[in-house]
Design a protein around this ligand. Structure first.
Ligand code: UDP
Length: 478
């Protein structure tokens, strides 16, 4: 039998790349040693090389082949933040312009007669590569680094568009979205679907439309946490929930407090006493908002570990650590809370959540953070910032009752200031032992862990996925 080969084409932004490669590819290889995986990496201009973190992933996965696709030869790719198009449309166009190079790379792979291409694994931003997979007559699978409910939302967009023919508006009444039990208010929908002029809405409808051509959706979620959403997607393609696939050891990006300082500090706190505040790879606040958080933390009296990042600088997309965080905090704050609080830059989030001293998590509700919090049984107070995070917050609070509402609709580029009172109330509710959310999270946490062990729902789904993929080879050999 020829060696079955899968080609992954993820977006070269770190959390997508880790999501799709680190965890999923490794679990596939664990399932079937005959499989081989090649990852084609498309760089996003102005990126000309992999970032150090992605390089470390490449070098630590010797059983996975990585190929960087050469830049597209076209002058039509706009720069992301200097132009009028939104980031989603920009990334989509970058992917689109790389189709010929991706086709050549796959041709090279299949030239080897001992190899049989069995499928292409894409992510939302590379969905246009379905065209390339079609040329090779192999099925496309979509890796979803987001919730099943959000997958349902994306699939709903083209149907809604056929009926309504227009983008969403902030004043729209609540929407009926099949993957949500409750009607969904407009203020928790992703900002892109309101954006007509920058192409946000158009690109989302495009993604949803292409999704329907896939043979399967591989979702980083598990059946027990989102049964409603899972069963709402009734028609093929198949949905394969294979999670929670989480990163047990985070990269160490701290330039201020090091990992060991954070660990030492946590080691000296009582069990289940610390509130952890952390807002993902892109999250930051202005000084007025930081001051309100500081007031709330001071008043609440809880122990806390607070990760503060500064806005992207010098044309970078990502946030970075402050060299002197004291300058952006209220006068004397650090001195007043020094017995019970620690402020840091980049935090080793998974390791912090795994620490026995941590009791609650104020989170921006990025899907990886949600899964990590569930895995480690640390309930969330929701503070979404951008992308699909508002919808995740809504899912956690209203649909699943697995989180405390701090805010559901805050947007990082809006003008809203969340006042200390609101923050303090949510923190106190989160840290209260009697809050029913704590029991619910504990139960789902166990279910999530069980899903991953032999015989568990996600384990069995992964086995089924591999079998389904291998059927592709049998079909093409007949
Ligand atoms: N993360 C971390 N330390 C930080 C901020 C983020 O380790 O200070 C990790 C976090 O554990 C998660 C990822 O970065 O694995 C963030 O992914 P998520 O989907 O939650 O949010 P995004 O960064 O994509 O908005």
């Amino acid at each position: 039998m020829k060696k079955p080969e899968l080609v992954f084409i993820p977006l070269a932004a770190s959390s997508h790349l880790t999501g799709s490669i680190q965890f999923f590819a490794k679990s596939l290889l664990d399932q079937d040693e005959h499989l081989s995986i090649t990852v084609l990496i498309i760089l996003l201009p102005p990126q000309t090389d992999l970032d150090p973190y992605t390089k470390s992933i490449v070098s630590s996965n010797s059983n996975i082949k990585f190929i960087i696709i050469p830049p597209a030869i076209t002058s039509h790719i706009p720069q992301p933040f200097s132009s009028s198009i939104c980031i989603e449309m920009f990334v989509h166009r970058v992917c689109e312009s790389h189709k010929p190079q991706v086709e050549l790379a796959i041709k090279d792979l299949v030239l080897d007669e001992s190899t049989q291409l069995v499928g292409v694994v894409l992510d939302m931003f590379s969905s246009c590569m379905i065209d390339v997979a079609n040329k090779f007559k192999v099925p496309s699978y979509m890796f979803c680094s987001f919730s099943t409910a959000y997958l349902g939302f994306l699939l709903h967009l083209p149907d809604r568009h056929n009926q309504v023919g227009d983008n969403f508006h902030p004043s729209d009444s609540d929407s009926v979205i099949p993957s949500f039990q409750n009607h969904v208010p407009a203020n928790v929908l992703p900002g892109a679907v309101f954006d007509k002029s920058g192409g946000g809405y158009e690109s989302y409808v495009y993604f949803g439309t292409r999704f329907k051509e896939c043979k399967g959706f591989i979702v980083n979620s598990f059946a027990e946490v989102e049964p409603y959403a899972l069963y709402s997607i009734v028609t093929p393609p198949n949905v394969y929930p294979v999670g929670p696939l989480i990163e047990f050891k985070n990269r160490n990006d701290s330039s201020g407090s090091t990992k060991s300082e954070i660990k030492n500090w946590l080691d000296n706190q009582p069990l289940k006493s610390v509130l952890f505040l952390c807002f993902g790879t892109m999250g930051y606040f202005n000084e007025s908002q930081l001051a309100q958080i500081a007031i709330a933390l001071e008043r609440s009296g809880h122990r806390f570990l607070w990760s503060i990042r500064q806005p992207p600088r010098d044309g970078n997309v990502a946030t970075s650590d402050y060299t002197n965080v004291q300058k952006v905090l209220p006068d004397g704050f650090l001195e007043r809370v020094k017995e019970r609080g620690m402020v840091c830059g980049w935090a080793p989030q998974a390791e912090v959540l795994a620490h026995g001293a941590v009791k609650g998590f104020v989170s921006h509700c990025g899907w990886n953070s949600v899964l990590e919090s569930l895995w480690y049984n640390v309930p969330i107070a929701t503070w979404p910032l951008h992308a699909e995070q508002q919808l995740n917050a809504f899912l956690l609070v209203k649909e699943l009752e697995l989180a405390v509402e701090l805010s559901l609709s805050y947007r990082s580029h809006g003008s809203e200031l969340v006042m200390a009172d609101q923050i303090e109330r949510a923190i106190n509710s989160l840290m209260n032992d009697a809050n029913p959310v704590r029991e619910k999270v504990k139960d789902i946490s166990e279910k999530g862990r069980n899903a991953m062990i032999k015989g568990g729902s996600s384990f069995v789904t992964l086995e089924k996925l591999v079998q389904d993929m291998l059927q592709n080879i049998n079909k093409s050999e007949q």
